[in-house]
Write a protein that binds this ligand. Structure first.
Ligand SMILES: Nc1ncnc2c1ncn2[C@@H]1O[C@H](COP(=O)(O)OP(=O)(O)OP(=O)(O)O)[C@@H](O)[C@H]1O
Length: 231
């Protein structure tokens, strides 16, 4: 069994993803097993390699690029997005919301987003591409979930401000991080280095997070603050 440790930061994950993707049997076990660290992992290498100390890091294809490269920017934003969703999920769990399993799934898909971003097509071999292919199904799942929330929600008649309780406000914050992730992925997709479905997924995800925020507020009976023009 290959070693792969989920580190606190998704970017770490992506980098480890770079390592663990070399061992395909570990891919897709991430979300199902929940048992991320094995005894072997515990005896494994240290978390720090020091190879990034000079401001360069590696893509999954083995290229060394400066850390301000578009790819690491997008990976960092994806990592931050997963963390923001993780926090929102905790607030939603506290309130007993039934949709938190969706947030779990989304966090797993964001790992796949990171894998795809970390694999620039121009330097990828066939084996890299097949291991980091991004599936379109998660986009349809988001659309189904959005439509289900929307059926229960009252129509939107005003601009609402991020509010509506801790879960709702945290989902709005995650939505804004999602839009930043989308902006940073756009040039990578445009240059043909990442899968266009990654951009589509992030675009749909911000709509999902907006709708889930409203749904959480409604279920909690929390008031969403409406924009009013200051006097
Ligand atoms: N600051 C960063 N922001 C976003 N992604 C990063 C950043 N630094 C590295 N990465 C990506 O995340 C992966 C894992 O990060 P990690 O911190 O292990 O890399 P590193 O800094 O190159 O190595 P080390 O921390 O061991 O010196 C890297 O392989 C790279 O793809």
């Amino acid at each position: 069994m290959a070693s792969f440790i989920i580190k606190p930061a998704h970017l770490r994950c992506v980098v480890r993803t770079c390592r663990f993707l070399r061992e395909p049997q570990t891919r897709n076990t991430l979300c199902s097993s929940r048992s991320y660290a094995t005894e072997e992992d515990n005896r494994g290498p240290k978390i720090y390699t020091k190879t990034g100390d000079k401001g360069f890091s590696s893509t999954f294809t083995g290229e060394r690029r400066p850390k301000e490269d578009h790819i690491f920017e997008a990976l960092g934003n994806t990592d931050e997005l997963s963390s923001a969703i993780g926090l929102a999920r905790e607030f939603c769990l506290d309130k007993g919301h039934t949709f938190t399993y969706q947030l779990d799934k989304i966090q797993c898909i964001l790992q796949d987003v990171g894998s795809n971003i970390a694999t620039p097509q121009s330097s990828a071999r066939e084996s890299h591409i097949s291991r980091t292919k991004f599936a379109a199904q998660p986009i349809s799942d988001l659309e189904t979930w959005i439509d289900t929330f929307t059926e229960e929600l009252p129509p939107l008649t005003n601009f609402i401000l991020p509010s509506g309780g801790k879960g709702s406000a945290a989902l709005h914050l995650a939505r804004t991080v999602c839009r930043r992730a989308e902006r940073s992925v756009a040039p990578i997709v445009r240059s043909g280095e990442a899968d266009p479905d990654v951009a589509k997924f992030l675009n749909r995800l911000s709509d999902y997070l907006f709708t889930a925020a409203r749904y959480a507020a409604m279920k909690e009976g929390s008031v969403e603050t409406i924009y009013t023009r200051p006097e």
